[in-house]
Design a protein around this ligand. Structure first.
Ligand SMILES: *[C@@H]1O[C@H](CO)[C@@H](O)[C@H](O)[C@H]1NC(C)=O
Ligand SMILES: *[C@@H]1O[C@H](CO)[C@@H](O)[C@H](O)[C@H]1NC(C)=O
Ligand SMILES: *[C@@H]1O[C@H](CO)[C@@H](O)[C@H](O)[C@H]1NC(C)=O
Length: 528
């Protein structure tokens, strides 16, 4: 608390000192990005994501300035070092470097970040005095903190499940490299996929990093390592990624068939190179570019777009030469952001599906679109002259058809053993921060899912038993009174009224077993 007060006082002093001195404000709109380029309090440990965002911000500003015909923007990046103190320092630096006399639009547009809501709230205590807007990831009811909705990664999970379903797989090996501490995105996707697959009654074998054994069905999350494709033999591997991996996979020499499922959207041209040659990396080393963090870049891109859109709308109405009222600017921004958030909720996501069999090149098979948790595959037309069935093309391409497996229902040692393996695996990496789901939540989910399975099984047996006794033996009077209103009892009383709509209900002894069996299967189908 003391710290915030000090900050406010400092701000006021800075403002007072420079008050009255008319300075010429820059003609570009300045945006400050507060992000953790280092993510530890001593500010030593570089964050892959931070470097990516730094380079992306610089590149996005350049791209915007190349095509705009109104006002150029300038993005200054300040390192929060992942701590509250760091975030406050970064905010102060941002304000000072922007010139306190020019903190209004169109000269100063606002702040993006900081990353976490705690840090954002802390920084906001200072910046709200100056009525400076922030665009942040998490919802908040502070007047100058605006939430820009962060895209979820569940479309990748939905897309992958759709392909697995289409391939008729009953089990698969899940490979997700979580050696890197920062790979919480990959881990999140892997967890979500595991849960969703278990819920769909699939067997998931979570691959152990030291294990050299693979099944013939593999799902790999994220970009595979160089040597990965030489380990499994004659397997079908689905590679699921947010990034564009065509280049990385097209040259691979492997005995496996690779199905690549990746985000359709192009990444920023030149970003990968810029990140790898970033000034932040220690000398003589090439940095790591993580394609699975591209959703972060897209979020940043959207945030910048919201600022520039708001700026354009202001400039359209009147000449944006003079400074605007801070509250007006905040309102304009809030409106643009609200429109953007509604729109992004409604758009569907799209994934490209391509195939690479042993010797051939990567070929496009079609795409998978995911809208509100419903995934749909659109196969690419194989022949242009095939005009008749344009509306619903169910023509599965030949290359894909070949992969559809007639898997034998072998599910030995599935759920529990591999769950344990995953658990052991995670013991080594408990320090990995999983942002969207913590371990407890995850195990609770697993427990619930398996619990539901057991419960359904028991209910099913009970139902069958009740029907069985109702139909077979004489029904005791008192029991029938209890059961009168249940649907199970109704199935029984149907039998007593042969004219109730159904055709010629068998009443003879020998056939009774058949009707009995059909009801049994009805019930058990329903309950499973
Ligand atoms: C912007 O324009 C300059 C000059 O035309 C060009 O050198 C630069 O590559 C462009 N940058 C981007 C990101 O398009
Ligand atoms: C992989 O496939 C090739 C060609 O179909 C076959 O000759 C080879 O024996 C297979 N290898 C294994 C380990 O199944
Ligand atoms: C691919 O690998 C196999 C065996 O390792 C080798 O015989 C073949 O020449 C390689 N093909 C190419 C195009 O590198």
């Amino acid at each position: 608390m003391e710290k915030f007060r000090q900050c406010v006082i400092v701000c006021v002093i800075i403002a007072a000192c420079t008050c009255g001195v008319r300075t010429e404000c820059e003609s570009r709109g300045r945006i400050s990005l507060l992000t953790s380029i280092h993510d530890d309090a001593p500010c030593k440990k570089l964050s892959t994501k931070g470097v990516l965002l730094y380079e992306a911000a610089k590149l996005l500003a350049e791209v915007h300035n190349n095509k705009t015909n109104t006002i150029d923007i300038d993005i200054a990046v300040f390192d929060t070092c992942g701590s509250i103190t760091g975030a406050l320092k970064a905010a102060m630096k941002a304000l000072v470097s922007a010139d306190i006399n020019c903190l209004q639009a169109p000269h100063y547009l606002g702040i993006i970040g900081p990353d976490t809501s705690t840090n954002a709230e802390a920084v906001h205590k200072v910046t709200s005095v100056l009525k400076i807007p922030h665009i942040v990831r998490k919802a908040s009811n502070a007047p100058y903190l605006h939430q820009l909705i962060h895209e979820s990664d569940s479309y990748l999970v939905q897309g992958a499940l759709k392909i697995i379903e289409k391939l008729k797989w009953k089990s698969f090996t899940l490979v997700a490299d979580v050696e890197e501490e920062s790979d919480d995105d990959v881990q999140n996707i892997a967890k979500k996929l595991t849960m969703a697959a278990i819920a769909k009654n699939l067997c998931v074998i979570v691959h152990d990093a030291d294990d050299e054994e693979f099944t013939s069905h593999i799902v790999h999350i994220g970009q595979p390592d160089e040597g990965f494709f030489s380990k499994p033999v004659n397997a079908t591997i689905i590679v699921v990624s947010e990034g564009n991996l065509e280049e990385h996979l097209s040259g691979v020499n492997t005995s496996n068939t690779i199905l690549l499922l990746e985000d359709t959207r192009d990444e920023l041209p030149g970003l990968e190179g810029k990140v790898e040659r970033s000034k932040w990396w220690p000398e003589d080393t090439n940095g790591k570019y993580d394609a699975e963090e591209l959703r972060e870049v897209r979020w940043l891109e959207d945030a910048i777009e919201v600022y520039t859109k708001a700026l354009d709308s202001v400039c359209k109405k009147k000449k944006c030469k003079s400074s605007m009222n801070a509250v007006d600017w905040n309102n304009v921004l809030a409106n643009v952001l609200a429109a953007h958030n509604t729109q992004s909720q409604e758009t569907s996501q799209s994934l490209d599906l391509s195939i690479k069999s042993k010797t051939s090149k990567l070929e496009n098979l079609g795409s998978v679109t995911v809208k509100k948790n419903a995934a749909k595959i659109h196969w690419a037309e194989e022949d242009e002259d095939d005009e008749q069935d344009d509306a619903e093309n169910d023509d599965v391409p030949e290359a894909f058809e070949k992969l559809i497996s007639e898997e034998k229902g072998k599910r030995t040692g599935c759920a529990t053993k591999e769950m344990k393996m995953l658990h052991e695996d995670e013991q080594d990496t408990t320090h990995v921060l999983v942002s969207e789901m913590d371990d407890n939540e995850w195990w609770t989910m697993v427990g619930t899912v398996s619990g539901v399975g057991v419960a359904m099984f028991v209910v099913g047996i009970l139902a069958v038993y009740v029907v069985y006794t109702n139909i077979r033996g004489p029904v005791p009077k008192n029991k029938s009174r209890i059961d009168r209103d249940t649907s199970l009892r109704r199935a029984g009383s149907d039998r007593e009224l042969p004219t109730s709509g159904r055709t010629a209900r068998p009443t003879r002894g020998p056939q009774r077993r058949d009707s009995n069996r059909s009801i049994r299967s009805n019930i058990s189908e329903k309950s499973v």
